[in-house]
Design a protein around this ligand. Sequence first.
Ligand code: CP3
Length: 346
Amino acid sequence: MSLFIDTAFGKNGNKAAIWMMRQAGRYLPEYLAIKEKSNFWEMCRTPALAAEVSLQPVKRFDVDATILFQDIMTPLPSMGIKIDFSPGPVIESPLRSQTAIDKLLKPKKEEIAPFVAEAIKLIRKESKTPLIGFGGAPLTLATYLIQGSGSKDYAEFRQFLRYAPQQAHKLLDKLTDLSIDYLSMQIEAGAQAIQLFDSWAGIHSSAIYSEFAKPYNERIFKALGKYQIPRLYIAVDALHLYSEINQLSAEVISIDWRVPIDKVRPLLPTKVIQGNLDPAVLLASEKLIAKEAQDVLISGLGGTHIFNLGHGIMRQSDPEKAKYLVDFVKNFDRDKARQELGLINV
Ligand code: CP3
């Protein structure tokens, strides 16, 4: 029994579960201390370091879930792709031709990123907090692979989808096969939930999303269905996509801060909502953190709610403020708030 897993499966209880996207990372001095002696890939690929960094925020805060420390790029070198971080991913040779896509390797499941299974086992041994595994959604992985790095408008990628749709589908299909194996491996090693990050889906029209994202995302969620663990999905700035996203078989949809939960719920009527405090609020005073967190909690009272940030925690955030937020959410009594607001029969 755990608050996070129960809530992800739809239990609409008295407490909102809480964890924070990117809760392991550069805002924590203990992360920076390890980073000083190592580099990002080394941290990902050394199970003891990846496990330690995953658990750093769980030791500091009373969060209800651990998220595995890796990157969405982690499984891609097993296809023969060279990637650096600076600090975002940089692809040595962006994939912009049929030949480049055809040449991608098809690794066996146990070859994809064996160090991840080891890190997961270490985390499970050391901590009872439920562990979320994760991966990048095929469209978001393809965004980096074709564009080559982060970008303001992803012009090359959006052009590629128009000029070479068949090649794009071929790449997305390969990334979907890889993701199914990679995420299944995480679950078999001990991950107790999976979140698929579709960080760049929101830049596209709903027509592009339904052709190039939805069928691949759904193929992954269907394949993971047999494990009977909660499946979470996030697309950022994606209000215009929620009617498509609602049709995915993920149990939980994570939403960003742009629209309040009570306005989004009717668009995702059967889903557990995760979100959606603006991460920038952690740069403000405790008084403002309390106010905005309370607004989010009240907005979430109409259904099942996992409290989270609307996107990753910012590097400039003060860990003490993050602690204040977690404690504030843990102390919030949803039943009492419903009563006070006259929402008891909602
Ligand atoms: O605590 C956690 O949430 C687990 C760790 C995690 C990382 N990356 C570690 C990381 C997770 C869940 C990710 C996912 C990820 N990576 C996404 C999806 C989530 C999102 O933000 O939309 C994306 C788009 C990436 C790609 C990526 N990797 C970017 C854009 C960057 C650089 C900028 C940034 O936000 O940090 C990275 C590098 C990266 N991944 C770092 C960390 C801790 C920073 C590396 C460093 O220490 O310098």
